[in-house]
Structure formats: C-alpha cells, structure tokens
Design a protein around this ligand. Structure first.
Ligand SMILES: C[S@@+](CC[C@H](N)C(=O)[O-])C[C@H]1O[C@@H](n2cnc3c(N)ncnc32)[C@H](O)[C@@H]1O
Length: 289
C-alpha cells in the first residue's frame, strides 16, 4: 500500500481551505495554548482564543468525513490563581458550530516534575477532547485492547458469592454478572485515561507530545490507508506515527523551520514502516504495568 505524507507550510486557517470536503478520517492535534510559550511560537491571549480558533474548527468540520473524529489535545492554564475558562467556552461554541462533544479522554503525564504551589498540586494531566459530526462514527475498539493484568489474578478469581449466584441463577443483569463475563479472557477494553510519560527525547520542538498519544487514537479511529490530519504539525509527531502505521497524513505548520525539518525527515523515516508493531504495544500506552 502506497502511503502519502503531505506537508504544507502556512497558517492552517488558510491552508485548510485547499483541502476537499469530507476527505479526512481523523484530525489529531495540539494547538498553541493560550499565551503559553510566547517566545517560541506565539501565543493567543486567553480572551481571544475562542474567536481565533472557531474559523479553524469551521474548516476542520468541513474537511472531516461524516464518520470521522477530531481529537483536540489542550489544557487551560492558570491565570491570577484561577483556571482560564477558554477551553470550556470553546467546547460550547464548537457545539453551536455543529460539532458533537462525544467524549473527553485524559492524558495522565506519568513523569510530571515535582513542585509546590500554595493553592494547588502539580498538574499531571491534559485534556483530549473528542469531537465528532455524528453519533455513529468509525471506532476500532479491538485495536487498543489491553492485557487483563491484575484483574484476572485478583478480582476475577475472587468473585463474591453474590457475583456467582447472580450469574448462575440468571437473576438480574447488574454489575456482578458483567464481571463474571470477563473470566477466561486475557484482554479488556481500556479506560478513557491514558497513562503516558512526557518524552524529553524530542529535542526538536518545545511542545512535542509523545508518539504514544497519536498512536493510540490513530489505531482507535482509523484503519490502514485512511487519512490523518494535524493542522498544528510542530515537529511532525502525528505524521510520522501515521506513516509508520500505514495511514496517509497531512500536516500544516506556520513556522518555516519546523516545516523544513519535518519535510527533510519524511524520506528517512519511511523505513520505520517495516519495524514490528510490537515495539509500540498498547500495554505501554494504557497500563500502569
Ligand atoms: C503545540 S505545537 C504542536 C507540537 C506537535 N504536536 C509535536 O509533537 O511536535 C503547535 C504548533 O502549531 C504551530 N502553529 C501555530 N499557529 C499555527 C497556525 N495558525 N497554523 C499552523 N501552525 C500553527 C506552531 O508553530 C507549533 O509548532
């Protein structure tokens, strides 16, 4: 299968207009956060964030297939001792634009650095807002199943009498029955919390996310040959993972230096396609083991 990685330079608000309607299966991205890292790639003031983002999400809504998903990695910062509300406002406005706010996944940053604040604890998680155009969308849940792990050894081997009686006597269809259904299976569906370390190994971008993040969502919402879009490409993490997983991808980046860097790496990274998948197994991504 021939896979295309299409990298474009420019402001995604404009470049997105070049893409056809209903042509993308998954949009996975981490935009600049309000006012953060201003020196590196510009920031948008929290009060202007929603107005800045809506014309972009309008284009994203147009290019996404009816069966597609949009996963937005974002986290509001603290300003004057209070959490900003722009992400919450953005969700409400995007719903008015036609998006369904289908789910919220959490990225738990396993290795977040220690610190002390007078009024809060260290921030160890980010949002992954899942938007869709319809209630029915493509989702390949079996692709991200996790080993049953300790459950099989402890909870499932020690089912209470009630659990068993309920199941055997077919009385009720509550929690007990559901638990015993999982006996003998070695894989379970994951939760909506991803336990993943931030990676300090990507020295090419100050805000790169770990490969495991796009990998999990690409497996969950696309099949080989589908198309993944990252409108805020940065160092190209989404595109390189898509390429490795035999998905076509489009990346848009406003900074020439990042664009050039990704462009020059596409060819050399192509060989990674043939590495065994096991190297990036799901247990690493979604388990505490
Ligand atoms: C949070 S970073 C993305 C990092 C990326 N996920 C990675 O792993 O490297 C956001 C990126 O969006 C780019 N950017 C900011 N505004 C943009 C715009 N209007 N259009 C396209 N890219 C933009 C920034 O230059 C930056 O590289």
């Amino acid at each position: 299968m021939e896979i295309h990685t299409d990298i474009r330079l420019g402001d995604c608000k404009e470049v997105l207009k070049e893409l056809p309607d209903h042509s993308v299966d998954l949009i996975f991205t981490s935009p600049p956060y309000a006012d953060q890292r201003k020196k590196t790639y510009g920031g948008i003031h929290p009060t202007k964030y929603v107005d800045w983002f809506l014309p972009i999400s309008e284009q994203l809504l147009r290019v996404l297939k009816p069966t597609g998903s949009f996963v937005l990695n974002i986290k509001e910062r603290v300003v004057n001792g209070e959490r900003s509300t722009y992400v919450l406002e953005l969700i409400l406005e995007m719903r008015k634009q036609g998006w369904l706010w289908t789910e919220e996944y959490i990225w738990h940053k396993k290795n977040c650095y220690p610190g002390k604040w007078p009024n809060r604890f260290r921030d160890a998680w980010e949002r992954l807002l899942h938007f869709t155009k319809n209630k029915k969308f493509n989702m390949y849940q079996e692709e991200v199943m996790v080993p049953m792990g300790d459950w099989a050894k402890s909870r499932l081997k020690n089912l209470s009498d009630t659990d068993k009686i309920r199941d055997e006597s077919k009385v009720g269809s509550g929690f007990g029955k559901n638990i015993s259904n999982w006996i003998g299976r070695d894989k379970a569906y994951p939760t909506n919390v991803l336990h993943l370390a931030t990676e300090c190994t990507n020295k090419n971008h100050s805000a790169a996310f770990p490969e495991g993040l796009p990998e999990w969502f690409i497996k969950l919402f696309t099949k080989p040959g589908d198309t993944v879009l990252d409108p805020f490409m940065g160092s190209g993490t989404t595109n390189f993972v898509a390429q490795r997983l035999s998905r076509n991808s489009i990346g848009i980046e406003i900074k020439q230096a990042y664009y050039d860097m990704v462009k020059s790496q596409i060819e050399e990274r192509k060989h990674v396609l043939f590495e065994p998948k096991e190297k990036y197994e799901a247990s690493k991504i979604n388990g505490r083991n």
